[in-house]
Design a protein around this ligand. Structure first.
Ligand code: CA
Length: 372
């Protein structure tokens, strides 16, 4: 075995706290009926297509605010610290689409002469609209129109003409990284209140409760009795593989900071609400398992499978959240099987997406352990 420590799996979390699952028909198949589609969770650091970093924070009612991190200069004499604030809306015409609109988008005047000759502000507040998902945000802002005459190469008699206002070219934001998850920290962080996730399987309702909050639930039907019983065992093993055996409730129960995420709605801070952050149960794909990941793996990363026995609770494996203002990414994982009586090792390379800092952690196993 690979040391005595448990290793956390690469998945992630999610909770299904609120959705209602209702069985239909007598076939034993169940179908989820979702009375509403939760908003995507946008909290975290994003990058504008022009390279600036925007920190988005989201409130429970769907209000989101995007701040420049750090502030950026606009023309010569002004800086922008905020890009927008507005409220999310589910698009009733297009199921699954979320939009945003509002009056609070801060734009830069692009033409210096409009400032010097027409007296407009370098930074101005205007209406905006856009579409959002957990992987992309596209916004367009209303550009105020001015009529004027050119006299001697200068703009004169500048007048606002709102009838000619138009939305400008859209700006796009893509996720730079997800917020860190300090409740998954192992090891040196002081934590007074460490708890084991509770798997509750009762009255055809399977749920996972962490630090007093339900982060996943699924209701079976009467015809699913046998499936329900075997599911409970698998759910417990699955949660153990994904997040290990302990959660720091001191951290879990902290109010989410600006730009941080709230584990009660997004346990693994991957932008997917607990209610929808699931993967199919291999035994019966109609039934969702929670998908909880304590770190992320970028697309294309070479990561060898973790050997059996690698413990997700091992304090020496996952870097501490305090070392990065985002969730750590596992960018490489190499399993070295020893020969000729040598032990084995698993070498993990981690990267902090914002700072670019990398670090390596190594777990060793005795030569007698299976490899792989
Ligand atoms: Ca999630």
């Amino acid at each position: 075995m690979f040391t005595n420590n448990r290793f956390l799996g690469v998945t992630c979390m999610f909770v299904v706290a609120l959705f209602v699952a209702v069985a239909v028909g007598g076939s034993g198949q169940s179908q989820e009926v979702r009375p509403y589609q939760p908003f995507p969770i946008l909290t975290g650091k994003w990058m504008l297509d022009t390279g600036e970093i925007i920190t988005i924070s989201q409130e429970p009612g769907g209000k989101i605010t995007g701040l420049f991190t750090p502030s950026v200069v606009c023309l010569n004499n002004s800086t922008r610290s905020i890009l927008f604030t507005g409220k999310l809306k589910v698009d009733a015409q297009n199921v699954g689409t979320t939009t945003i609109e509002g009056d609070d988008f801060w734009a830069c005047t692009r033409t210096p002469a409009m400032v010097t000759e027409c007296g407009v502000q370098e930074v101005f507040r205007t209406k905006f609209r856009g579409t959002v998902s957990s992987s992309s945000i596209t916004l367009e802002s209303l550009r105020p129109h001015y009529d004027f005459e050119m006299v001697g190469g200068r703009r004169t008699n500048c007048r606002r003409n709102a009838s000619k206002d138009e939305y400008g070219a859209p700006v796009t934001l893509t996720p730079l990284c997800r917020p860190s998850t300090p409740w998954f920290d192992r090891g040196s962080a002081p934590c007074q209140n460490l708890k084991t996730p509770e798997i509750i399987v009762d009255s055809l309702l399977a749920s996972v409760r962490v630090c007093g909050s339900v982060v996943y639930s699924y209701r079976f039907t009467d015809s699913d009795q046998l499936t329900f019983q075997s599911f409970g065992t698998e759910l417990a093993a699955h949660v153990k593989r994904q997040i290990g055996g302990i959660v720091c409730c001191d951290q879990f129960q902290q109010p989410a900071p600006r730009g941080g995420c709230d584990p009660r709605s997004d346990f693994d801070c991957d932008g997917l609400n607990n209610e929808v952050d699931t993967i199919p149960w291999p035994h019966n794909p109609a039934i969702p398992l929670p998908d909880m990941n304590i770190f992320s793996i970028p697309v294309g990363a070479q990561v060898a499978p973790f050997p059996e026995g690698l413990n997700s609770d091992d304090p020496g494996f996952l870097p501490m959240s305090s070392g990065c203002d985002c969730k750590w990414q596992l960018i490489q994982g190499v399993l070295n099987c020893g020969t000729g009586g040598q032990g084995h090792s698993y070498v993990a390379t981690w990267k902090c997406p914002t700072s670019g800092r990398t670090m390596t952690t190594t777990k060793n196993a005795a030569a007698s352990a299976p490899c792989p």
